[in-house]
Write a protein that binds this ligand. Structure first.
Ligand code: SAH
Length: 598
């Protein structure tokens, strides 16, 4: 299967989201420089005006009053206005001013983590713990969001109508006053003790459906949550215009009363992976495009196979087969093949949400060393799983929406299995690791176990591994060839580790030791250093960096001859230079060789 991700949501898009910082004072300028966004200093009002429709969000380093006056004349509606976040002069308070549920609250939390500040969230649902209907992951929302939210905040009874039995977040059911009955097709209005308050007459309803019903969308105190349940299969002749395919799709949706917001992907045959009309339509809709070999599609049971298509493409069906295959096991065809002159369209409905597992490296400690992609992956997850301290490391990204699962040390396999199981079950899961997720961490174990869970989609989001963060603190010790070696012999026999240390010593690699020492494992580092001493001068630089990137960071600089291994603990990286490494004014440097000899 090939996947071309044109999705405007998800990790990659979030990474690329357009945030502009505008500062007025030199203190504001200093704070802004700590953030990983574009910056502008000086003319606040004019910059806001010229960038208003160009950015997703502003971070304004000024008083909220100045910000309010500067944006007032530009405000239209919350669906199109950019989010606006204010940071005070001291950099202590971060206030989402507008667009709380359109990115401002999450951006404020992220900015607060990066500046060591506090986010001041004022949107009612966030501060009261009531579920926010317009930010539920995996759903588009239509209808009277404000009316239903107000009713929920006031504690009125809410009924949930869920004819597809689509899984909904447990907190939604709690809000509706019911037990977690995700499996029940319909949750009737609950105990009527507070019906009196609802007595204005109009019942408060949440409909979970991929059908488009104008009467629901226009009704007061009714919200439709549109799940991402539909996959569109497309066949086309070469050069089929995007507008023709689009018109055919819109007609098909309208005739079947389906909501365009429910589309999660376009699917076709590999041969059409670069068909401009289909590619362009996926971009317009902001959804992924997936393609499959003709031989795979040929095996899918469809109602309307065609001998002519089979002769031309090698499969009796493209649109119907691709839709059904991409929509996964137990999916159903809700629109059979529809034709226009140059294209065909069919629509399948998934039996359950498409889950996903992201294995995310959070970096060594501080939010400053966490990548925007890692932050986005945590923020957009339904379920966040990790060893407790790692979950704490990203607490600024979590809110009431997340199902957070803190797990104990030593339960690595259980943690990975739990994450895979949730993803296979349809949840968007983030498994958090420190540093990089692939370096002595969970990513490899996840892939080892994935076949047992039917290979749900898995993405690895890289992080700054401890060796790189330690190297940056020290200077440039990794300027030439280097090796990382874990000294933990819990899962690797010590003789194998010793052989690797010997090999690195002979190869004159700079060596970073991970897992160098624990209360029980005390001889390993000493033995490894003894091996290196046989091959390197006593003056070779060595450094121990503990808790790198955290407020408790400690650095010990020494030489191979003088280093005391007992100062090292489990949260330390030990970096040993090659025979070319030097200490230069307390900086650990391994020359690359760029400098021409004098
Ligand atoms: N995935 C992590 C490594 C996990 S193995 C990464 O990429 O960084 C655990 C070892 O990593 C620790 O024993 C220690 O050697 C190193 N380590 C992890 N975080 C560290 C930190 N903040 N400071 C120093 N070393 C760290």
């Amino acid at each position: 299967m090939n996947v071309t991700d044109t999705n405007s949501g998800g990790t990659n898009a979030a990474t690329a989201s357009r945030v502009l910082c505008i500062s007025l004072t030199s203190a504001g300028h200093r704070h802004a420089a700590l953030l990983p966004y574009r910056g502008s200093h000086g003319d606040l009002v004019e910059t806001i005006r010229s960038e208003w429709s160009e950015v997703d969000a502003f971070v304004l380093f000024c008083a909220t009053g100045i910000a309010v006056r500067s944006i007032a004349s530009l405000l239209a509606t919350k669906s199109i206005d950019p989010a606006v976040v204010c940071v005070d002069e001291s950099g202590r308070w971060v206030v989402p001013l507008i667009g709380g549920h359109h990115g401002a609250n999450t951006l404020a939390r992220e900015v607060a983590a990066l500046l060591g500040a506090t986010a001041v969230i004022t949107t009612a649902t966030d501060s009261s713990g009531v579920v926010s209907l317009d930010t539920l992951p995996g759903f588009a929302v239509r209808g009277d969001v404000a009316g239903v939210t107000r009713a929920m905040l006031d504690g009125e009874s809410v009924s949930i109508h869920n004819p597809l039995n689509w899984p909904v977040p447990p907190e939604l059911l709690t809000a509706a006053g019911s037990s977690p009955l995700t499996k029940a097709p319909e949750v009737a209005p609950t105990a009527t003790s507070n019906l009196a308050e609802a007595a204005e007459g109009t019942p408060v309803r949440i409909v979970v459906s991929d059908s488009y019903r104008a009467e629901d969308v226009q009704a007061e105190r009714t919200v439709t949550l549109v799940p991402r349940s539909l996959v569109v299969g497309i066949g086309s002749s070469s050069g089929a215009p995007v507008d023709e395919i689009n018109d055919l799709l819109v007609r098909a949706l309208r005739d079947a009363s389906l909501d365009i917001g429910a589309i999660t992907a376009l699917a076709t045959v590999d041969l059409k992976a670069h068909e401009p009309g289909i590619v362009e339509l996926a971009i317009r809709l902001g959804v992924a495009m997936v393609t499959f070999p003709a031989s795979v599609l040929n095996d899918v049971d469809v109602p309307n196979p065609s001998a002519a298509v089979s002769a031309a493409v090698g499969t009796g069906s493209v649109a119907e087969a691709a839709a059904l295959h991409a929509a996964g096991p137990k999916s159903t065809l809700v629109v059979t093949k529809q034709r226009s002159t140059m294209s065909t369209v069919a629509i399948a409905r998934r039996a359950k949400p498409a889950g996903e597992l992201r294995v995310v490296g959070l970096g060594p400690g501080s939010a400053l060393h966490r990548t925007p992609a890692a932050s986005a992956a945590v923020r957009s997850a339904d379920v966040v799983i990790g060893y407790s301290p790692y979950v704490d490391q990203c607490a600024d990204l979590l809110d009431a929406r997340h199902d957070v699962r803190r797990r104990p040390i030593g339960a690595e396999e259980l943690r990975c299995r739990e994450a895979l199981e949730c993803a296979a079950d349809g949840a968007c899961v983030t498994l958090v690791c420190s540093g990089d997720a692939g370096v002595y961490a969970m990513a490899s174990l996840v892939f080892e176990l994935a076949p047992e869970y039917g290979w749900p989609p898995i993405e690895v989001v890289p992080g700054v591994t401890a060796a790189l963060a330690a190297a940056a603190v020290l200077g440039a010790p990794l300027g030439h060839d280097h090796a990382s070696i874990s000294l933990s012999d819990l899962m690797t026999p010590w003789t194998v580790i010793e052989d690797r240390v010997h090999a690195a010593a002979i190869g004159d690699f700079v060596v970073t030791f991970y897992n160098p020492r624990s209360l029980k494992r005390t001889h390993q580092l000493e033995t490894a250093l003894a091996i290196l001493r046989q091959h390197r001068p006593p003056t070779t630089p060595i450094a121990a960096v503990t808790d790198v990137g955290r407020s408790t960071q400690r650095v010990v600089r020494s030489t191979l001859a003088e280093f005391d291994p007992t100062i090292v603990d489990m949260l330390t990286c030990v970096v040993v230079g090659s025979s070319n490494s030097v200490w230069s004014s307390e900086r650990f440097v391994t020359p690359r060789g760029y400098r021409s000899p004098c």
